[in-house]
Write a protein that binds this ligand. Structure first.
Ligand code: URP
Ligand code: ZN
Ligand code: ZN
Length: 459
């Protein structure tokens, strides 16, 4: 199987140059000008287009039992949506409940993906309890190729850990060379404010962000940073949404705490007024941490540009509005949290980041691909266009225009948070380890092509 991608502008995290890429088998074997295709090779003309390394989404939920229901996607639907959106690798959160056995949970999440994913995948192993048996079990899971944990400082009673568990998870991660990803919110503040809001008759979706103002997130970040400082563990703040939390994280980084920072495409392009829309439409925009005041958007874009924020993810968590989100009519605390966007991350980053001059193309590649690969032990296999890297390639036509529509999306959910939004450019062709999965904007992939990626410990 060989493939020649001819004459595109190859964009990496630090370079832009016109050239050809030859892929043989599953990897890139040559990069240069005027390459001759081997006999029988597929040739894609990329002239006038950008050629990016496959994008990597480091924060996705597919199998997710949560708030009394289950997220809607499956690997066949989510991986197809990912590829149509230019994401060739995703890292899913494995989120067992406190009573689940970690190894059984890991195997359950694997069973949902193996043989059913069109794109490559890995997992962050959720640590939702830490008892006497946990160290041995997590060590076993790490030996199977998982080099990151996930902890929640929110959702106490479901996924959330207490401070002893937090300390022990970080200490173990340090010992094993594993990075700990963390949802940072002060759960006590959230539950007290929810109680007060409900008592005052505030049941609407717009009350959600009032229950979790920026200080709630900043306190969670500060808490994690203190524990990271004292254990020496490497940490990764997921879905950072606001200036206050960013300030805490950067202050910790400045004093030597090991922290990588992720924001989400939703926080870059949406603001809290979406969750205030009438007739319960706001429920489409309920997630945690919540959408923030619009002034945070430019702060986050600037931080991406400077390199202070490292990655852009989706936290894809699809719940139907017509049924599942309705569970929270009459009580906003029961709205399943999440804004699906796996399919739209790259289009929106390009349209609202690159085209509006907030970031350049190399920064887009850095935050949506290369930094993710480097942070999570996948580089240079992923996140790079280099000889020897996996031939995961995205070809992008900057002259195309499109409109986002839930009727046309592949994500298995009944709404789009970006309905009718105009987008610039289009993903035309995508390869997964040398095989074409998207051709001229149509999915032509194989639903079992995706591989579980064993990741290196990185520290
Ligand atoms: O609202 C969100 N973020 N839903 C998914 C679960 C999580 O917190 O990551
Ligand atoms: Zn979270
Ligand atoms: Zn999440």
């Amino acid at each position: 199987m060989s493939l020649l991608i001819r004459g595109g502008e190859i964009v990496t995290e630090s370079t832009r140059s016109v050239g050809d890429i030859l892929c043989e088998g599953e990897v890139i074997t040559k990069i240069g000008a005027g390459l001759t295709p081997p006999a029988g090779a597929t040739v894609i003309d990329a002239s006038g287009k950008y050629v990016f390394p496959g994008f990597i989404d480091p924060h996705v939920h597919i199998y997710l039992p949560f708030m009394g229901t289950f997220a809607k996607d499956t690997y066949p639907t989510a991986s197809r949506a990912a590829l149509l959106g230019g994401t060739t690798t995703l890292i899913e959160m494995c989120c067992p409940s406190r009573s689940d056995d970690p190894i059984e949970a890991f195997e359950l999440w694997m069973s949902k993906a193996v043989g059913q994913s069109a794109c490559d995948f890995s997992f962050h192993m959720g640590v939702t309890r830490f008892d006497n048996s946990t160290e041995a079990k997590l060590t076993e899971i790490v030996s199977r190729g998982i080099s990151s944990f996930k902890i929640f400082l929110a959702y106490k009673g479901a996924f959330g850990v207490d401070d002893i568990e937090l300390y022990r998870t970080l200490a173990l991660a340090k010992k094993l060379g594993v990075i700990v990803t963390a949802h940072c919110e002060n759960e006590t503040l959230v539950s007290e404010r929810c109680r007060e809001l409900l008592a005052a008759g505030r049941v609407d979706p717009g009350a959600h962000h009032e229950s979790r103002p920026p200080q709630v997130e900043a306190d969670g970040v500060h808490h994690l940073m203190t524990f990271a400082e004292l254990t020496g563990a490497a940490t990764y703040i997921v879905h950072l949404s606001c200036a206050e939390a960013l300030e805490c994280a950067l202050a910790a980084r400045a004093r030597g705490v090991r922290v990588t920072i992720e924001t989400l495409i939703q926080y870059l392009v949406l603001d809290k007024t979406a969750a205030e829309r009438p007739n319960f439409e706001g429920a489409k925009f309920v997630m945690s941490p919540p959408l923030r005041e619009a002034k945070n958007q430019s702060i986050l874009w600037d931080a991406l540009k400077r390199g202070d924020v490292d990655t852009v993810a989706t936290d894809h968590a699809p719940f139907d509005w017509r049924t599942q989100k309705q569970m929270g009519r009459g009580d906003f605390t029961k709205i399943p949290n999440g804004i699906p966007s796996l399919e739209e991350r790259i289009k929106l980053l390009y349209t609202h980041g690159v085209c509006e001059g907030k970031i350049d193309l190399c920064t887009m590649v850095r935050v949506a691909s290369t930094n993710v690969a480097k942070t999570f032990g996948l580089h240079p296999r992923k996140g790079a266009i280099e000889v020897g890297s996996d031939a995961d390639i995205v070809i992008f036509d900057p002259n195309a225009r499109g409109v986002i529509s839930s009727a046309m999306q592949s994500m298995n959910v009944d709404y789009s948070a970006f309905e009718d939004w105009k987008v610039e450019g289009a993903i035309t062709d995508v390869t997964v380890r040398g095989a074409v999965a998207v051709r001229s904007g149509e999915f032509v992939g194989e639903v079992d092509r995706g591989q579980f990626l064993k990741r290196k410990t990185v520290l």
